[in-house]
Design a protein around this ligand. Structure first.
Ligand code: LLP
Length: 426
């Protein structure tokens, strides 16, 4: 459930008509609902009720300061994957003891920043990383709390570009080699082994791969404890999928996911962490755009929008489906016809939908891409010199721009032309 609903035929974000925001901010823009973000966060929090736990929002899905602050104030931790995300989380007031650091390529600088600034744990993905972290922590006279991310070789049954738990993926340590790497971790100075981490992919719509992975983690916990490691925390990753269409069967609910966690690892007495991103932020955001032209092609009709692949790259990158709905609700039973919905960027990949049945729309009409709150704004670029689109947050009847649209002048002013530059004359 989200808070983007038609009221009196007009699409609202909570209590605010989206057209009102469009009139003031201009299009395109991202708009998020605070109530939806909080609701989704709480669903996870409640799903783990009865277990010592922390829900760490995967802020790669949406890292706006206002959103981090909102979730942080509700008690969320953060899963970060770069020095930039770590700094953003800290700037939003998230204490270090609620930040976990994931990612396959952490640099010395990132390690030092997190060690000095405070960190709940590093999720370490390889032996070289483990050795480097030991070196950095020892040189600072500090100890790095770690889990090792294990790769359980489970097929997550999701899009190949976002599956991470198969042995051929770059992520984690093969579970078969976990004991020897834990033994190494146990010997290294400056390292405190506290648990196990696993993450098998994103947009999972079936619980079975989670179950297979978590059972392997439970078994590994017992083995490692026998080896003398004090395994007391399990980070079970993110990845629970969301409904991208209203018609499809809904993916499992956080409640069912929580019950699965309870069933598979609940008896181990470990503190549980999860790292959901998409399920918290995905359906809490829309991208609002205006129809620039209607164009008739050879047997096709193109709806040309002012939003493009640089603003929302998921359809061109993963063939992802986003529902596209008009801001003014069509009359019930209104005739629909197929449109190719495209942006103005100069490549054919700048296509949001092909042959999508939609009610008649004309120039100047506004539409909203649903489910755009996760991996939308954060993946945007300025391709074709299109400034990043603004972000707006709504709570009840209040709204605010939480990231303004940069002017074209600001965008150009970031470049510098060296004063020695000139055409060689000889
Ligand atoms: N934890 C780790 C270690 C991850 O790599 C990810 C996502 C998450 C948690 C959060 O997963 P979520 O709950 O959001 O599914 N850009 C792609 C998705 C990439 C996901 C990468 N890792 C997309 O737009 O579909």
């Amino acid at each position: 459930m989200d808070h983007f609903l038609y009221r009196n035929g007009v699409l609202h974000a909570e209590d605010v008509p989206l057209a009102e925001i469009a009139a003031q901010v201009g299009t395109p823009f991202y708009c998020y609902s605070a109530a939806t973000l909080l609701r989704h966060y709480r669903l996870f929090d409640e799903a783990l009720d009865g277990m010592d736990h922390l829900v760490c929002f995967a802020m790669k899905s949406n890292s706006n300061q206002a959103i981090l602050r909102l979730l942080g104030d509700a008690g969320a931790g953060m899963d970060v994957v770069s020095g930039g995300e770590y700094a953003r989380a800290r700037a939003a007031g998230i204490p270090g003891e609620r930040i976990v650091f994931s990612g396959v390529g952490k640099t010395r600088l990132e390690m030092r920043t997190a060690l000095e600034g405070g960190i709940r744990q590093f999720n370490v993905e390889s032996e070289p990383e483990l050795e480097r972290l030991s070196e950095v922590a020892s040189s600072l006279g500090l100890t790095a709390p770690i889990t090792l991310r294990v790769n359980p070789d489970v097929d997550a049954k999701t899009h190949a570009k976002i599956a991470t738990g198969k042995s051929e993926n770059k992520f984690g340590i093969p579970i078969a080699r976990a004991r020897e790497v834990y033994a190494l971790a146990g010997r290294l100075p400056g390292i405190d082994v506290i648990g196990i981490d696993v993450h098998i992919g994103s947009q999972l719509t079936d619980l079975e791969p989670f179950e297979a992975a978590y059972r392997k983690v439970a078994e590994l916990t017992r083995v490692l404890r026998e080896d003398g490691h004090n395994i007391r925390r399990l980070d079970l990753g993110g990845g629970l999928g969301i409904p991208y269409t209203r018609s499809n069967e809904a993916p499992p609910l956080p409640r069912e996911y929580g019950a699965l966690i309870q069933r598979t690892v609940g008896d181990l007495g470990c503190e549980i962490e999860i790292e959901p991103g998409r399920l918290i932020s995905g359906n809490a955001g829309v991208l609002v755009s205006e129809v620039v032209y209607l164009k008739s092609g050879e047997g096709r009709e193109f709806l040309i929008l002012d939003a493009a692949m640089n603003d929302l790259v998921r359809p061109s990158m993963y063939d992802a489906h986003h529902d596209i709905v008009p801001l003014v609700e069509p009359e019930p039973g209104a005739a629909q016809r197929p449109f190719d919905v495209v942006g103005p960027v100069c490549e054919t990949g700048d296509t949001f939908a092909r042959g999508r049945d939609m009610a008649a729309l004309g120039e100047g009409d506004l539409v909203a891409f649903r489910s755009a709150g996760a991996y939308g704004a954060v993946m945007a670029s300025e391709y074709n010199s299109r400034p990043l689109v603004p972000e707006v947050l709504v709570q009840g009847d209040q709204w605010a721009v939480i990231r303004p649209r940069p002017s074209i002048e600001e965008m150009i002013a970031r470049d510098t032309v060296p004063d020695w530059l000139g055409a060689e004359l000889d």
